[in-house]
Design a protein around this ligand. Sequence first.
Ligand SMILES: Nc1ncnc2c1ncn2[C@@H]1O[C@H](COP(=O)(O)OP(=O)(O)O)[C@@H](O)[C@H]1O
Ligand SMILES: [Mg+2]
Length: 503
Amino acid sequence: MGEDLPPLLEVKGLTKSFPGVLALRGVSLHLKKGEVLSLIGENGAGKSTLMKILAGVQPADSGEYLIEGGPVNFQNVRDAMNRGIALIHQELNLASNLDLAANIFLGREPNKKGIIQDNEIREEATKYLQRVGLDLPTDTITGTLPIGKQQLVEIAKALSCDARVLIMDEPTSSLSQKETETLFEVVKDLKNQGISVIYISHRLGEVIELSDRVTVFRDGENAGDLAKEEINHENMVRLMVGRDLSEFYDRQIHQPGKTVLQAREIISPAYSTIPVSFEVRAGEIVGIAGLVGAGRTELLQTIFGVTPALDGELELDGKSFRPQCPADAINAGIALAPEDRKQHGLVLPMTVRENSSLPSLERDQTKGFLNHEAELKISEKAVEQMQIKTPSIEQIARFLSGGNQQKIVLGKWLAMNPKLLMLDEPTRGIDVGAKREIYKLMEKLAGEGMAILFVSSEMEEVLGMADRAYIMHEGKISGELDRNELSEESIMNLATGGEKTAA
Ligand SMILES: Nc1ncnc2c1ncn2[C@@H]1O[C@H](COP(=O)(O)OP(=O)(O)O)[C@@H](O)[C@H]1O
Ligand SMILES: [Mg+2]
């Protein structure tokens, strides 16, 4: 194959906007035959948007899309499929009540004189299932298979449509370690068969293992490309966040003070047989890592009194306490910025002023009277301190960006000067600039002696921010890692049920 052949697939200067968002601002990307290209970037960088354009799910606003050097203009998924481009969906697209053969050939059963040839379908289906390493009878009902196997069926289906390019958008986000390994074997096999893959993942370890090349997006633009020999953790993160890691997270290590929160064998209602013990000290930033569903949010909610502990002991500043509702926790000096700030952290139809003063007024108000002067003072201080970008404190919270909404949530909690600040996915869905401000704030608060406990699914965030982390797996704390023990591998290992190994 000559090096001067045009790439199998190429886009140049693509733009795409949604109401209020410029999701892609002139991005370019190319893919060669038999290549595994990883596309990485923070949440909201525009990765999925581009993949949907490549697969004909949605059109671009402008820019070029070329296959083997010739321009294409896909109107729908079928057009893309006809040129061999297949998107393996994050939410799988299979009919769960049909068997494997039916799913693979759904809508295009081979037939002779109008009669569907069942034998033929099953033979063909078996062939494609074998190509993805699935040794299963073709009459297996699809919905009975675990998610990882269903994903392989979806890949088999794409192959049966002569796919030359497979697009996988975060395929491992809901897979077990074992399923992930199987998927990797399949991807490597397909590559050897000349199939090209565009792979999207937040797990940089996976990207290092699989990729021939990496393209990085940041805020809807190309941030850089890495050739095989340049692919490493540092380079990827630097391109994703646009600056050196140490500068982005900017942590200083504080000598931790006295224990602020001590949990001894507490039991959350969500995991009624699993006692959990941990502590957070003054001036410490402690992370809780784990896969989605590991019980991290439930743990914070138990400490916050949303779902009171069934058993065990909690101590705050050395005094025993047992929050039965959030007001108890707030009164004791605990704040929680929840995962879903739109649902629990903010009252969207209310103004910045009203939102930022809610919890401290709950504490201070006398006999149901809202103290308006106090309210004004608190919210003005919050806007200034947190650098909330809003036209005025009378702006309705709904109309602010995610980053500014999160700053309101934090601002309102800080107004009550908590001893322990708990953050659940503090930067989910917010842009890089606002992220950095939130990290700076966490650092500043810890420097002032606040105890901070945060849950994060973003490995980078845990590695960058935590002095120490607890890793959860299926409701229990499977290990504790010091800053110098924290790595993507050590976290993943414990998060997927492995044991802590000596460093
Ligand atoms: N259908 C849509 N409607 C409105 N906004 C969208 C839509 N799809 C994506 N966006 C926005 O476009 C930006 C890029 O999103 P996305 O491509 O999903 O990023 P990524 O996959 O890199 O996390 C985000 O700001 C997102 O909110
Ligand atoms: Mg995405």
